[in-house]
Design a binder for this molecule. Structure first.
Ligand code: NAD
Ligand code: MN
Length: 358
């Protein structure tokens, strides 16, 4: 029997709604697979917590989280609290403190779904974006000055260290070695931005020398965004800086069915700190409280968590259950064109997990 401790941060808006379904899936896995147990502790760290306490998490929050094997996040953000507080004081400190420098985001069209891209089917849409997750354009260096004067200005420093750039590119190449197309695409803007030229591109070329079996392509981010639409079948592993990866993966989510489906994993490959699993989407204030959010992104993130733990067969059971529900097409939330609730879709996935493992 393997035991894992999980810090669960449901968050705001639809975060707790989709998290409820994720926790049901974990329970179903415990019931259907004798070998694993999850001890989940909920942390009420969200915007309500901020409004009461003036901080997004307790002062020792990171110390508390450090003792868990894993972190599971719903979504953060509420209309009453500026995003630079809710995101900057919770999610970014976790990613940085725990050296979760790899943000893995699959762009994969599940069976049973149609892409909004005409003529593209699930063989054409199956790649993964590796987003740098601790530095780059999301550094905490910079700020605002001269507020309230005509000279007001905002400065944001982009931080690209050799160490940070090399390790993400190495991770991406190692991942490409394990994937079918043996292809790595790097997103840069080497005709316009300092960090891309020569820095990022040069490091890609250096690391690429150790991977002669991998075909490397360097694309400018603007052209690459267009290729996501016009020739997605070309991609296998796409490695990108923090901001480029963020933007590319919302686009990636859109071409495989929308934000309600798209999961992500914040990975600390050295495993000296917990990794964190979450949907790509935010707290969706426009549909929060209605019980109609799609829980698939959250549940798929659990499949990624199982893969991270080396429980590949369980990861596959979860993803197969999601696909089976989509192929059946009877229980779908409004974003998929159906009328089911979050809970009904979660229940249906749980039912499929039990069916598959009976
Ligand atoms: P969002 O992802 O919350 O919503 C964008 C659109 O997608 C909305 O129309 C929403 O209804 C829809 N959507 C998102 N998730 C869905 C789901 N599971 N099912 C069905 N539809 C879904 O992005 P936003 O509106 O830009 O941001 C809202 C808040 O979330 C902000 O406070 C933002 O800072 C925060 N945010 C948090 C995270 C995070 O927690 N990691 C990520 C992105 C945004
Ligand atoms: Mn984003």
């Amino acid at each position: 029997m393997q035991h894992y401790s999980i810090a669960v941060i449901p968050g705001d808006g639809i975060g707790p709604e989709v998290m409820d379904e994720g926790l049901k899936v974990l329970k179903a896995i415990e019931e259907s697979h004798g070998g694993v147990r999850f001890a989940c502790d909920e942390k009420p760290w969200n915007c309500d917590y901020y409004l009461k306490n003036g901080r997004m998490m307790p002062e020792n929050g990171l110390d508390v989280l450090k003792n868990y094997d894993l972190i599971l996040l719903g979504a953060i953000g509420a209309p009453g609290v500026p995003d630079h507080i809710s995101v900057w004081e919770l999610i970014l400190p976790i990613r940085r403190a725990f050296q979760q420098y790899v943000n893995l985001r699959p762009v994969k069209l599940l069976r049973g779904l149609e892409s909004p891209l005409r003529y593209k089917n699930h063989d054409d849409l199956d790649f993964v974006v590796v987003r740098e997750n601790t530095e780059g354009e999301y550094s905490n260096m910079g700020g605002r000055m001269h507020q309230g004067t005509p000279y007001e200005m905002a400065v944001q420093n982009n931080v690209f260290t050799r160490y940070g750039t090399e390790r993400i590119i190495k991770y991406a190449y190692d991942l490409a070695e394990k994937r079918p197309k043996k292809r790595l695409t790097a997103a840069t803007k080497s005709n316009g931005i300092n960090h891309s030229m020569p820095f990022w591109d040069e490091i890609v070329k250096e690391v690429g020398k150790d991977h002669p079996g991998i075909q490397t392509n360097l694309y400018h981010i603007d052209a690459l965004a267009a290729y996501f639409i016009t020739r997605p079948e070309e991609f296998d592993v796409v490695v990108a800086s923090n901001l480029f990866g963020d933007i590319l993966t919302d686009l990636g989510a859109a071409v495989v069915g929308g934000l309600g489906l798209a999961p992500s994993a914040n990975i600390n490959p050295e495993r000296n700190f917990p990794s964190m699993f979450e949907p790509i989407h935010g707290s969706a204030p426009d549909i929060a409280g209605k019980g109609i959010a799609n829980p698939i992104a959250q549940i798929w993130s659990l499949s990624m968590m199982m893969d991270h733990l080396g429980h590949y067969e369980i990861g596959k059971v979860i993803l197969d259950a999601i696909e089976q529900v989509l192929i059946d097409g009877k229980v779908q939330t409004p974003d998929l064109g159906g009328r089911a609730t979050t809970k009904e879709l979660g229940d249906e996935i749980v039912r499929q997990i039990h069916l598959a493992t009976r």
